[in-house]
Write a protein that binds this ligand. Structure first.
Ligand code: ADP
Ligand code: ZN
Length: 752
């Protein structure tokens, strides 16, 4: 008799044992998706282990009901990695499996249904087929019968011109009676109709040809350092530390190419925002069509199609944001994490994992090379290099012979008044620099870490600030699409009041500036300039690419935006970059505030002067002597890092210790507080004699109330990672007040 340990998607930590019935024994493998009964429900799970014996009593065991997919969904390498990830984050193993599972196929659910196994169970399946049409190739002299309908002949002409499949519903969007016309054309034998699985992907259309440049000496050295390990299928971690514009992407491309030559697979992770058609086009034009692009805009069906093609080995390279780490890439030999310092690799909901850290783990398990690239490496990476756990590869100069790093200057906001616009964030030096850049017909990027018109609305009489009713934050004042107050945490929206809600006095004041106000001021001060804004309010996903394209085509003179403007874009005509307020990021209640600020400044500065004209960067601040700002002046990563590492060591913060944050929240403040106290107490009890483990708190979270829930946190810290584990396990398995949510965040990136 054999048994299966099955991970099921329930919030309970472990896997459950089932009997493998005789008739399924052939089909069940480790990594198979199976149907099981769980309590009174039926659910889908994944077999993580097959065993010959179990210590679960026989009367508690139920049989597996069915094997769902024809072959195991998870290859052994990926399965083992997921199990280890679940252990690392103390996350429910079934939830972790879900990160990697593809959607069910319609054919699979139909089979289960026919076998009478689904009885009313609600399963989501993909496999809706789309009708596509294309013109039949003209054989010799085709005599086109006269088409009575003008629309039909127009559609036919379009299809002939395109020479490819088009979905009928797309046609129907452009031509009123396309469906009838297509039917007629098919009857006449002029077009053929088919049902396709694959929907069109915007990234497929964009492939531009680009010729591989000759590598610079530094690029060459980097590639040569990685190749031997890659070829021998060994594990090694590399930090590719290259200044902005040094051509890191070129290094990735060569390594990926080598993988393909060897017939092996690779994963390339990029921050979501950097996943642009431009980047993908570059990969596709060089690496060919062997690449799957996984992005958040994909439908379940498209994602599943990509997944299948990877699993079958037809595609060997996955490019995508953090979740692409779970792609079933065959014979994995290389994982690249571009902009490895970027916060978006950390998932902040559900399973809180960090794709940057886990890339190293998966590479280690798979015998693959892991290359972490950045112009501003995380302190973790530098520390790993210092300890000899990773090799350091350096690209010290920009790749283009003519592109030098920009000149960076400080504008001390304490001493410098506002320019002609009247707002202190457009200081006189910045105003003048804008004038010069406009005159030279070059482009400017202005960065402000705050969207909306003003950060708050305050009553001039009584000082009351308009707060979010659900969260402990001020509401942001927006004007672009009607005057509104918006909570940036819970999306609560209200009309902006004309009178103070407390004292009734008229005259609510909108002090301070967000991107909307800066945009408006610029339009006023520079009426001839074309100003565009890039932040979450105007651009989600691919829309941001449209705005950046307009910048690339020279249709924008000044681009104002939030973090979205700081990420990896290659915009050669930008010569001026202004950081309007460097202090905002410094004041975050987080031990990484200085590191983040430094990275942000160097990254945004790196947008300037990437082409032939030299660039200038102005950083406005009230703390010109802060080390993060002083080091950004000279692009001196080493100076900043050295000093910051000393500070961290002294304070005992990562990378010199390991931290986990336990968050406790509830609708009732008292319940949350009491549970948080108990959690901390349990943590201390578990720490016992282990003096390496320090338990701090409970304390109200910096964001003390969010979506009407009161929040407390407890911090656990130890120099040895394993010292955290017993306490965290006890906390995760603890039975807490049912009204309270207790969640563990291992290696937290956000302290809010
Ligand atoms: P990074 O990712 O390091 O910021 P990119 O990979 O975007 O830099 O490269 C910056 C620019 O330099 C791009 O326009 C790229 O085409 C160009 N480039 C990269 N490598 C070379 C090379 N060896 N010779 C000439 N140009 C290069
Ligand atoms: Zn809110």
């Amino acid at each position: 008799m054999s048994f299966a340990r099955v991970a099921v998607p329930v919030p309970l930590g472990q896997a459950f044992s089932y009997i493998v019935p005789e008739q399924l024994a052939e089909d069940v493998r480790e990594g198979s998706r199976v149907l099981v009964s769980f309590g009174r429900r039926k659910i889908l799970g994944v077999v993580i282990r097959l065993e010959d014996a179990t210590d679960v009593p026989a009367d508690k065991l139920k049989p597996l009901l069915a094997v769902v997919d024809p072959q195991p969904v998870l290859p052994p390498e990926l399965l083992a990695f997921l199990v280890e990830l679940a252990r690392y984050y103390l996350a429910p193993v079934g939830e972790v499996m879900r990160l990697a599972l593809p959607a069910l196929e319609r054919t699979a659910t139909e089979r289960l249904d026919q076998a009478g196994l689904l009885d009313g169970m609600d399963v989501q399946a993909v496999g809706k087929l789309v009708q596509v049409v294309r013109a039949l190739p003209a054989t010799g002299e085709r005599t086109t019968p006269k088409l009575r309908s003008k629309q039909a002949s127009q559609i036919l002409a379009e299809l002939i011109e395109l020479g490819d499949w088009v979905s009928v519903s797309d046609l129907a969007r452009q031509h009123k009676s396309a469906r009838a016309a297509v039917k007629r054309l098919a009857e006449l034998g002029l077009v053929e109709l088919e049902k396709h699985q694959r929907a069109l992907d915007p990234f497929f259309a964009e492939a531009t040809r680009d010729v591989a440049p000759t590598l610079t000496e530094a690029q060459n050295e980097a590639v040569r350092a990685v190749l031997p390990t890659l070829q021998s299928h060994g594990f090694a971690g590399f930090l590719l530390h290259g200044v902005t514009g040094s051509g890191k992407t070129e290094v990735y491309l060569r390594l990926v190419q080598r993988c393909l030559e060897l017939g092996r697979g690779a994963i390339v992770l990029v921050p979501e925002i950097a996943l642009t058609p431009q980047l993908v086009g570059r990969f596709r034009s060089r690496v060919g069509d062997a690449i799957a692009v996984l992005h958040s805009g994909l439908s379940d069906l498209e994602r599943q199609a990509m997944w299948k093609r990877l699993r079958s080995g037809e595609l060997k390279v996955a490019v995508g944001a953090r979740s692409a780490l779970f792609a079933p890439v065959p014979d994995l030999s290389l994982i690249v994490v571009d902009e490895e310092h970027d916060g978006s690799f950390k998932q902040e909901e559900g399973v809180r994992y960090n794709a940057r850290d886990m890339a190293l783990l998966r590479a280690h398990r798979a015998g693959a090379v892991c290359v972490l690239g950045s112009a501003t490496p995380s302190l973790n990476s530098i520390h790993a290099v210092n300890e000899g756990r990773m090799s350091h590869l350096v690209l010290p100069d920009r790749a283009h012979a003519s592109a030098a790093l920009p000149q960076v200057e400080i504008v001390d906001l304490r001493r410098m008044g506002p320019g002609p616009s009247g707002d202190k964030l457009i200081s006189l030096p910045l105003h003048r620099a804008l004038e010069r850049t406009l005159e030279a017909k070059e482009q400017t990027i202005l960065f402000l870490n705050r969207r909306g018109f003003a950060p708050s609305l305050t009553c001039a009489s009584c000082g009351q600030v308009a707060d979010c009713p659900n969260c402990s934050v001020a509401l942001t004042y927006h004007r672009a699409r009607g005057e509104r107050l918006v909570c940036h945490y819970c999306d609560y929206t209200a009309q902006a009041p004309a009178r103070c809600p407390r004292c009734g006095a008229p005259g609510m004041v909108d002090e301070g500036a967000g991107t909307e106000r800066i945009e408006a001021l610029l339009k006023e001060s520079f009426p001839e300039a074309r100003v565009a804004r890039l932040d979450r309010d105007v651009a989600a996903g691919l829309k941001s690419e449209r705005i950046l394209d307009a910048v690339r085509r020279g249709e924008v003179d000044i681009l104002v935006g939030t973090q979205m403007v700081t990420k990896g874009h290659d915009l050669p005509s930008v010569t001026l970059v202004g950081v309007l307020n460097a202090d905002a990021a410094l004041s975050m209640p987080d031990f990484r505030a200085a590191e983040r600020t430094f990275q942000l400044l160097v990254q945004v500065a790196g947008r300037a002067g990437r082409g032939d004209a030299p660039g200038t960067v102005l950083i406005q601040t009230r703390q010109p002597d802060h080390p993060a700002i002083k080091s950004a002046l000279t692009h001196d990563v080493n100076a900043f890092v050295e000093r910051e590492l000393l500070d961290r060591e002294e304070l005992g913060y990562p990378p010199f210790s390991h931290v986990a944050l336990v968050r406790v929240d509830a609708a009732f403040e008292g319940a949350a507080h009491e549970a948080a106290r108990q959690v901390a107490e349990l943590g201390r009890r578990m720490a016992g004699e282990n003096f390496d483990l320090e338990v701090r708190g409970p304390a109200p979270s910096p964001l003390a109330r969010l979506r009407n829930r009161y929040r407390f946190q407890i911090m656990l810290r130890a120099t040895e990672r394993k010292a955290l584990r017993p306490a965290l396990l006890a906390i995760v398995r603890g039975r807490w007040d049912r009204r309270v949510r207790v969640s563990v965040d291992v290696d937290p990136m956000s302290m809010l």
